[in-house]
Ligand binder design. Structure first.
Ligand code: ADP
Ligand code: ZN
Ligand code: ZN
Length: 736
């Protein structure tokens, strides 16, 4: 194609759902598809990516501007990544230019060159003398940093140290180590380093071997696997063994994990075991570190890329396998802006590349189980916990008619006493932070409500404040009722702060530690507290589900779930599934081989069929029953949903906007698509805005997709869009 005739179709970061046409710059080479260009857009220069080169534009040629500059002589994004982005933008109904931001490290978005820069890193010296080493005994902080460097399988960069330590707390002690000659600073080679002496893993058991063999057989083919294995059954060992085989074929592996699952322990474990370099992509990296990791992946220098959800867009030179660990975890779905699901994109990406994808979980999502039932993926089971630990016992406690003291039934209190007296740890879950969810006047019935939301303010007694958990509004705690001036203000209900106070009185002599967003606000506080739990410095742990995810506490043998009812009777049809997953995830971490765990679940509805199934027959039976229920109610995965949300400052605006949307959508007469609403959102007003939603449902994806792709661009020009914020959520995970 002649340079002069070519038209560049460019993706530009803007909310408009289209590409923009430009002419090539005069007398310069035509940029390749996948290269960045600087273009004039509106009144500013922006960085875009060339998506297509065509010979025709809908606009007359003289109306087109020429690009300002070509930034890449070779494309930075190869075809398959461009394709993934285009597909994702289309499927999730998001503007391509904005979606592509996820695919590029920030430095590339800013137009910086696609080149690695050396990063500082630290390593222990080998010739330290004993007297200097002995000084560490008097300095626990230096000792901790020293230990970390010693345990690492190679030098550590600042980004890696930040994973281990709270923020920059390692800096001063590290500086001391350097002054003492115990550690040195060096510059990281531009390419990530492998491990010259990888350690062998344990001998795999029969189930693990079967799982490894099944996946290895399909290397080079498109096949989806679901690795369904209880916590501690050795899923990670299975991953590592398969990865070794992929590496033997000189290919790379992408491993996606939930945010909370990306721990230094996990990364160290991969590095210890694998010879090829492991690079990490997470939110704690600085811009250059992120770019370096991205380039190492793209250029084939990294053997494994472990990252959180946005890593699904990382280009790889030679992909052999994609792994999604904890595939049921909600954090794999982005809940704002570009609302993609990293697991689903991983499956698609693997299919396009003709490589297997391995989803792992102890509590697979109903979506993934359904796919397996339908023959779209193959299930591999790991049923035994390594080391022969027996599974924890689940007990339901019927709260009806029981004496309850501050949210704790007598039976649970007795069980706690018995475990504590034997020197073990107890963990209690309550999904409400603060002291009490409601503050009420005993004389006139007044309730403390948020002025910006349809919600109660939560009482936080320690800081003497009322806080709204939905918009963050705060006010000082009053001593008298604002309506009747009575002093009889009563605290209704229980939050974690109140539970902690109760426990201090109820279990004197034991140390209690609370883990929720309030008690871990300071940087590093969470890590500190987790460390204290692991070292056994506290015996009773109280927390929200923050405590449930990802952490292993081998000393905990009793888990109490104080209020299971919110999961059984929620407006969100996924609440029960999530509660079951939460129960089993914490149960899976309770106890160990010699100390079996027990889980007590407090509920007013022990007869609830799904809960009963979970308790008596386990997760697989629960999932089968829950899937059947979804079939009867025609909910996902038996159908597909799209949720359109809108919000506006004026009451009624969001609703009337969505009414218009519905009208437009129904004009197309797509009979497969059903409409529900628009309705006001379950909590209509939040942070001063009135919210509404319109739900679309169809038995297949196709018609829904087509309808939205055709119709959404025309909504951008509706006059109401100036007053209304709106968004599209395809396959929504939360229904609010
Ligand atoms: P999961 O990822 O399923 O939670 P892991 O792979 O972390 O399980 O394994 C749990 C523990 O059991 C780890 O300490 C691991 O080293 C050990 N383990 C796993 N497989 C075996 C095996 N075949 N033999 C001995 N120990 C094993
Ligand atoms: Zn009052
Ligand atoms: Zn509020």
């Amino acid at each position: 194609m002649q340079n002069q005739d070519s038209i560049l179709r460019v993706a530009i970061p803007t909310p408009l759902r289209r590409l923009f046409d430009y002419l090539p710059a005069n007398n310069t080479e035509l940029p390749a598809v996948g290269s960045r260009v600087r273009v004039n857009f509106g009144r500013r220069d922006v960085i875009g990516v060339v998506i297509e080169i065509v010979d025709h534009s809908e606009l007359p040629r003289h109306k087109l501007k020429a690009i300002v500059e070509v930034l890449d002589t070779t494309p930075i994004l190869e075809t398959s990544i461009l394709k993934l982005n285009r597909w994702a933008a289309q499927y999730y109904q998001h503007p391509l230019g904005e979606a592509m931001q996820q695919a590029m490290p920030i430095l590339l978005r800013q137009g910086k060159p696609a080149q690695p820069q050396s990063q500082r890193q630290y390593v222990l010296t080998t010739d330290a003398d004993d007297t200097t080493l002995a000084t560490l005994k008097r300095s626990p902080k230096q000792q901790l940093v020293y230990n970390q460097l010693q345990n690492a399988s190679g030098p550590l960069s600042d980004a890696e140290l930040r994973l281990h330590f709270s923020d920059h707390s390692y800096r001063a002690p590290l500086q001391k180590l350097i002054e003492k000659g115990l550690a040195v600073e060096q510059y990281q080679p531009l390419l990530p380093q492998g491990n010259p002496a990888p350690q062998p893993g344990p001998m795999l058991n029969a189930e693990q071997q079967t799982a490894v063999a099944a996946v290895v057989r399909t290397l080079g083919q498109s096949q989806c696997f679901l690795l369904d294995g209880v916590t501690g059954s050795g899923k990670t060992e299975v991953y590592l063994n398969i990865i070794e085989q992929v590496h033997a074929q000189q290919r790379q592996v992408l491993v996606l994990v939930p945010e909370i699952g990306l721990t230094p322990q996990l990364v160290d474990r991969f590095r210890r075991r694998l010879a090829r370099p492991v690079v990490v992509m997470h939110s704690g990296l600085n811009d250059q570190e992120r770019l370096n990791a991205w380039l190492a992946a793209r250029d084939g220098d990294a053997g494994v890329i472990i990252g959180t959800r946005s890593a699904v867009f990382t280009p790889l030179k030679n992909t052999g396998l994609i792994i999604v660990d904890e595939e049921h975890d909600m954090s794999l779905k982005q809940q704002d802006g570009f609302r993609y699901h990293a697991r689903d994109l991983a499956i698609l990406r693997a299919r396009e590349l003709d490589v297997p994808v391995l989803l792992g979980s102890a509590t697979p999502s109903l979506e993934s189980l359904y796919n397996a039932q339908q023959g779209r993926s193959q299930i591999l089971y790991l049923t035994q916990r390594a080391g022969d630990a027996s599974p924890p016992q689940l007990h339901a406690i019927d709260l009806k008619g029981q004496p309850i003291q501050d949210g704790l039934s007598l039976r649970l209190r007795q069980a706690m006493t018995s475990h504590l007296e034997r020197g073990r740890q107890v963990m209690l879950f309550l999904n409400r932070r603060g002291f009490a969810p409601v503050l009420m006047c005993h004389d006139c019935g007044w309730h403390a409500r948020c002025s910006r939301c349809d919600a109660h303010m939560t009482l936080h007694r320690r800081v003497q404040r009322l806080r709204c958990h939905h918009c963050g509004s705060e006010q000082r705690l009053m001593s008298t009722c604002p309506t009747c001036k009575s002093e009889a203000l009563v605290e209704v209900g229980h939050g974690t702060e109140r539970l902690e106070e109760t426990l201090v009185e109820m279990f004197p002599g034991y140390r209690i530690l609370r883990i929720d967003r309030d008690s871990t606000r300071r940087k590093g506080e969470l890590k500190d507290k987790l460390g204290q739990i692991k070292r056994g410095e506290a015996q009773i742990l109280v927390g929200t589900q923050m405590l449930a995810k990802g952490h292993h506490f081998p000393g905990v043998t009793l888990v109490g779930i104080l209020d299971a009812d919110y999961g059984l009777f929620s407006a969100d049809f996924r609440a029960t599934e999530r509660m079951a997953q939460m129960i089993l995830q914490v149960a899976g971490r309770a106890g160990r081989a010699e100390l079996p765990g027990e889980v007590f679940i407090q509920t007013h509805h022990p007869e609830h069929p799904l809960l009963r199934t979970l308790m008596t027959a386990g997760y697989a039976a629960f999932a089968a029953a829950a899937l059947q229920e979804r079939q009867q109610t025609e909910l996902p995965p038996q159908s597909y949903l799209v949720l359109l949300r809108a919000e506006a400052v004026q009451s009624g605006e969001a609703l009337s906007f969505l009414q218009q949307v519905r009208q437009r959508l129904t004009q197309y007469g797509v009979t497969e698509v059903q409409f529900f609403g628009p309705f006001p959102a379950p909590m209509e007003r939040r942070a001063g805005r009135y919210r509404a939603q319109l739900l679309l449902q169809a038995p297949q994806r196709g018609p829904l997709q087509q309808l939205l792709s055709t119709c959404l661009p025309s909504l951008e020009s509706l006059p109401q869009t100036r007053k209304v914020r709106w968004s599209v959520d395809v396959d929504p995970m939360e229904m609010f």
